[in-house]
Design a protein around this ligand. Structure first.
Ligand SMILES: Cc1cc2nc3c(=O)[nH]c(=O)nc-3n(C[C@H](O)[C@H](O)[C@H](O)COP(=O)(O)OP(=O)(O)OC[C@H]3O[C@@H](n4cnc5c(N)ncnc54)[C@H](O)[C@@H]3O)c2cc1C
Length: 243
């Protein structure tokens, strides 16, 4: 059962850059013993846009420690927007209003193995879920990031985790390069589950690629996280959904 969302008053803990373009922000959770979530879920944060309107932006829960009372999110540092301005200027002790946990895409029960693909915004949820895949069960990750400096290490604890990175800066058609990486990988013949996330065009292209390879729609969880050149709506979702 997916835990229900509730309102939380969080406080910023420590902030550090994982890569040149990925900032990890730890948020202090009040009464952490009462907070429950499933890997793959996210937190919806409340911001004020430049015109004074209240908007929300969603960030995947990279990890949560009830002992430390800390919930970590990893934010892709891109250009502008209410979420971006907050992440650029965030500092320890700042309060932030949240609704969490949000989201229904979590590890599918019954799948024999798991495939994760998307852009840099997909990495936090994918890594959280890959860490939760049972020991011995294969999990594959295919991620499109700016360049090799954006790669991150997944603590696999000896488990069967295979990650391939493709770089936006060197590929003529980055989305096609990521789809080709998936197509060129020898995947188990048993029934797997795919999780696709990121920019709407990329997610739609990756889904189309999997369908062409014989995947059925019920084995693909596809979620658009953002639209290129267009701000997300006030509730945090991109206006355009993945097809
Ligand atoms: C369920 C869910 C989980 C998500 N998890 C994460 C996460 O863990 N980490 C994370 O970084 N993002 C995550 N996102 C995506 C994030 O919410 C969006 O990128 C959001 O648009 C950022 O808000 P903003 O205020 O910075 O920019 P907006 O005001 O929405 O957009 C301003 C401009 O920035 C552009 N833009 C937005 N995002 C990006 C980007 N990543 N790269 C380049 N240009 C961009 C837009 O096209 C627009 O032109 C998630 C989204 C959803 C729905």
């Amino acid at each position: 059962m997916v835990p229900e969302p509730r309102s939380l008053q969080l406080t910023v803990g420590h902030v550090h850059d994982l890569t040149p373009r990925m900032r990890e922000i730890s948020l202090v959770v009040p009464a952490p013993g009462q907070f429950a979530y499933l890997p793959g879920q996210d937190v919806s944060l409340g911001f004020t846009a430049l015109d004074g309107t209240a908007v929300r932006r969603r960030y995947s829960i990279r990890r949560f420690s009830s002992e430390r009372g800390l919930l970590d999110i990893d934010v892709v540092m891109h250009g502008d927007g209410p979420g971006m301005r907050w992440a650029q200027n965030v500092s320890e002790g700042m309060p932030i209003e949240a609704i969490a946990p949000r989201g229904k895409i979590t590890l599918a029960e019954g799948a024999a193995w798991h495939l994760f693909a998307g852009d840099a915004t997909a990495v936090p949820a994918a890594f959280a879920m890959m860490e939760a895949v049972p020991e011995g069960m294969p999990a594959f990750g295919f991620f499109l990031v700016d360049d090799a400096n954006e790669r991150q290490l997944l603590e696999a604890n000896g488990n069967r985790r295979t990650i391939q990175w493709r770089y936006q800066s060197v590929e003529a058609d980055p989305g096609a390069a990521l789809a080709a990486a998936i197509g060129g990988t020898s995947l188990p013949p048993t029934a797997g589950q795919a999780y696709l996330a990121g920019e709407v065009g990329l997610v739609s292209a990756l889904k189309a690629g999997l369908l062409l390879r014989g995947w059925t729609g019920d084995r693909i969880a596809a979620k658009a996280y953002w639209n290129r050149g267009r701000a997300n709506a006030g509730h945090g979702e991109p206006e355009q959904k993945a097809s």
